[in-house]
Design a protein around this ligand. Structure first.
Ligand code: PHE
Length: 469
């Protein structure tokens, strides 16, 4: 998508990398924000955590979290970004100055940056799995393969640290090359075409799932809530996933918001992105669970779930080699567009220091993430028994990868989201908030502010406190 020079509108945007550039339209922002939001979270993580947490009740909780926590916080984040017009850290600085608030708020930006750094370290390893499956699908490895053979293939990949490291490195190189060239060159045009294609392909997969005799069972697993299956830990996972899947709590949406023209409706835009993101996750669930039941697999199989089920569909369906290759290629692309938004904040921050060019900044950040990724690589094999927090019952059996995932998605993101809600709801200038929201000052505005000030923070706190006890 092309970024037009609209200097008049972009009055507040002063940074070099951004001067005079604005999203050409609302659609352009929606595409870029969905590029960040739609990724492994939707297609890899959502199905496997749904399987681990018993299905329907977890899905219901997740949908509730999207509606009353995710969407309001997305609106708040984009609002901060658009009003500040700079990188997340500097936008916070700017608003704090404008509204005469404590400069300590800017740490919100810092926490998000740390979280995005940690997430990318394992995200890239999973992206590497997807990358290796593109080749496997294209070379016909899945054609006619049995459930056991496909399971063994995935097990073999995890057990091989060298292979995992190679795919992880390849994925990071892709991300580093794109980020070092500045994201807005060809990437957004690609998203424009590839995201709808991914959507269509997911529909094909759901179509295939419909042709198995277990579609009804898969559907019921997702949408028939059995509240007795919902644990407090499951609730926290659902909350954390609402943040993870919408790319919240790390400044990504703030950064994108700084490019959003002033005349675009924040509320409508945030709802559009969230609905798209949720639709992709639900479609992935509908494509996968019928296959799980049709092939006698375990819904709670863990992080390998999609890598053990989807190849089964490709092994059996007509055109499986083509569809399989296309599917994993699109999954990689969806993962890359999310990964670049995860690396960007750290790079932006580094280049704000004197003497660090974009290339140097990308290399420093990218190589550090790559190094940290080795921890995740080893968590699946050599360090599979390293469970440093096993003395606490709830962390028993949790590997370093599990802990990284838990610390970021279930602790850091919800916490920083909570502070974003509190900042916009209680501290930021009311008048500025009213202007940004453009809902007038009637019922719509009042209800939104009520949700942001009370409902959203209370929901986050209740889930947190419930979980600590
Ligand atoms: N939302 C992305 C996904 O679902 C992951 C992500 C999280 C990207 C946070 C950016 C920031 O895969």
């Amino acid at each position: 998508m092309t970024l037009q020079s609209q200097n008049a509108v972009a009055g507040e945007v002063t940074e070099d990398s951004k001067s005079g550039s604005m999203w050409s339209s609302r659609m352009a922002f929606v595409l870029a924000a969905s590029g960040s939001a739609v990724g492994l979270g939707n297609i890899w993580k959502f199905p496997y955590i749904t399987g681990e947490n018993g299905g329907g009740a977890f899905v219901l909780m997740y949908l509730l979290c999207i509606a009353i926590v995710g969407i309001p916080i997305m609106i708040a984040e984009v609002m901060i970004g658009r009003r500040g017009g700079k990188s997340p850290l500097n936008s916070m600085r700017e608003l704090v100055k404008l509204d005469r608030l404590s400069p300590r708020w800017k740490w919100l930006g810092g926490m998000g940056m740390l979280a995005s750094f940690l997430i990318l370290s394992f995200y890239s390893v999973i992206g590497g799995w997807a990358l290796s499956y593109v080749g496997a699908a294209a070379s016909g490895t899945f054609a006619g393969a049995s459930t056991e053979a496909i399971g063994a293939m995935f097990g073999g990949l995890l057990a091989d640290p060298k292979a995992l490291l190679m795919w992880h490195s390849l994925f990071m190189i892709l991300v580093i090359v794109i980020v070092s060239r500045g994201i807005r060159s060809g990437m957004e045009k690609a998203i424009n075409i590839l995201m709808p294609l991914l959507f269509v392909l997911l529909l094909v997969m759901v179509g295939y799932a419909l042709s198995t005799d277990k579609f009804a069972e898969g559907f019921a697993f997702l949408f028939n809530p059995d509240l007795s299956k919902l644990t407090t830990e499951g609730m926290l996972t659902a909350l954390g996933h609402a943040f993870f899947t919408l790319s919240l709590g790390m400044g990504v949406m703030m950064a994108y918001g700084s490019y959003l023209p002033k005349n675009v409706s924040l509320v409508k835009t945030a709802i559009t992105v969230s609905v798209l993101d949720t639709a992709v996750a639900l479609l992935a669930g509908l494509a996968i669970f019928p296959l799980v039941f049709a092939n006698g697999l375990e819904p709670g199989a863990g992080p390998g779930l999609i890598f053990q089920t989807l190849p089964l569909a490709f092994s059996q369906m007509p055109g499986g080699v083509l569809f399989g290759t296309l599917f994993f290629a699109l999954l990689v692309i969806a993962a890359v567009t999310s990964a670049i938004s995860l690396l960007e904040p750290a790079v932006e921050w580094l280049t704000e220091h004197k003497g660090i060019s974009r290339l140097t900044g990308t290399l420093i950040a990218g190589i550090s993430v790559w190094l940290l990724g080795i921890v995740t690589v080893l968590s699946f094999n050599v360090w599979a028994d390293v469970t440093p927090l096993a003395m606490f019952e709830r962390f028993e059996g949790k590997t370093l990868f599990d802990l990284l995932d838990f610390a970021t998605a279930n602790v850091m993101m919800p916490l920083s989201g909570l502070f974003v809600a509190l900042f916009v709801g209680w501290f930021m200038s009311r008048q500025a908030g009213e202007e940004q929201l453009a809902l007038g000052n009637g019922l719509a505005y009042k209800s939104f502010m009520f949700v942001l000030r009370f409902v959203t923070p209370a929901a986050v706190l209740v889930v947190f406190v419930n979980n600590l006890m």
